[in-house]
Design a protein. Structure first.
Length: 320
């Protein structure tokens, strides 16, 4: 038997979505300590899993690992399609749990594409592996164009930068009770449309922010500078998505972002992936004020929701 636990992740955006540049995508994001996924697998002669989504991952994992089967239970999970990386973390946790239950090596980066992971961003895989703030190198544009390779025929983007964030930093999460983020065929169609229209000059601006502001601030542990750079990356990315999501941030997320960004307890406010999760950066001394600000921001947007305050994860998945 093996149990695998791992935290969520936030996705700050991409370095490039234009076909005019040599590398496409290039994700930026951070691993979180909470909320968490927790999956337990036990050896079996067939597949036994009551969760329909996870059962598909179990079946694929047993094929990839060449094992007869597994009994799998999901003890903790993330809300799906809200910008916390639920699909990747759950798929990889299932793979690793089944592998360890059978005393096999998971060969995570090799098998992740066969589970449909790492096709655009490598942040989820990297966060699962080692935690931290992560920048990946993207994919060669010549291979992806507007149509990605078939599932399993890509490699997970390499990690080009990784930093542990200071232990006293916290992320406040406002998760509006509204429509889930785009996924599946709708997400594929939206990303195709974004890439076809993407203005290449935005990528040049993102590169300047990442290289001259974000990475130095991460390396030196400067909270306000890191937060300012993260927020700018998010707004520049939003300019690519205006036509697809109805604004730099999707409604009503834009209202939550604007309200939260105006509070002195919080910096680095943005929308994770397709949302609706909104994140902001604070520290242990201001976390109570940050939670209150996030609650006020949800009220200002006239939506219910959940507010969490969590630390960044400095390690990857834990296998028991």
């Amino acid at each position: 038997m093996a149990t695998v636990g791992v935290g969520a992740r936030l996705h700050f955006g991409f370095q490039n979505l234009s076909l005019a540049h040599a590398r496409l995508y290039g994700g930026l994001g951070v691993a979180l300590a909470e909320p968490r996924v927790r999956v337990t697998a036990e050896r079996a002669d067939g597949v036994d899993c009551p969760d329909g989504t996870v059962r598909g991952y179990v079946e694929r994992a047993t094929e990839l690992l060449d094992v007869p089967g597994a009994t799998v239970s999901v003890e903790e999970t993330l809300p799906r399609h809200v910008g916390l990386g639920s699909g990747t973390q759950l798929a990889l946790a299932t793979l690793v749990a089944v592998a360890h239950a059978h005393d096999r090596e998971p060969r995570l980066r090799e098998h992740a594409p066969d589970l449909g992971r790492g096709g655009r961003s490598g942040v989820g895989v990297a966060a699962f592996e080692d935690g931290g703030f992560v920048v990946d190198g993207g994919h060669p544009t010549a291979r992806f164009t507007t149509e990605p390779p078939a599932e399993g025929e890509w490699t997970v983007p390499p990690v080009v930068a990784r930093h542990d964030l200071p232990a006293e930093w916290r992320f406040v999460l406002a998760i509006p009770d509204t429509a889930r983020g785009r996924n599946g065929d709708r997400e594929e169609a939206s990303m195709r449309a974004v890439v076809e229209r993407a203005e290449p000059g935005i990528a040049d601006e993102v590169a300047g922010v990442v290289n001259r502001r974000l990475l130095p601030a991460a390396a030196e542990g400067r909270l306000d500078d890191f937060g300012d750079a993260v927020a700018e990356v998010g707004r520049l990315n939003g300019a690519w998505y205006v036509d697809e999501q109805g604004g730099v941030f999707r409604p009503p997320v834009g209202t939550v972002v604007d309200e939260l960004a105006g509070d002195p307890a919080v910096t680095g406010v943005g929308q994770s992936s397709w949302g609706p999760t909104v994140y902001g950066l604070t520290d242990v001394d201001r976390q109570e004020a940050a939670v209150a600000a996030a609650e006020d921001a949800l009220r200002a947007a006239d939506v219910d929701g959940e507010v969490l305050v969590v630390g960044a994860a400095s390690r990857g998945a834990l296998v028991e």
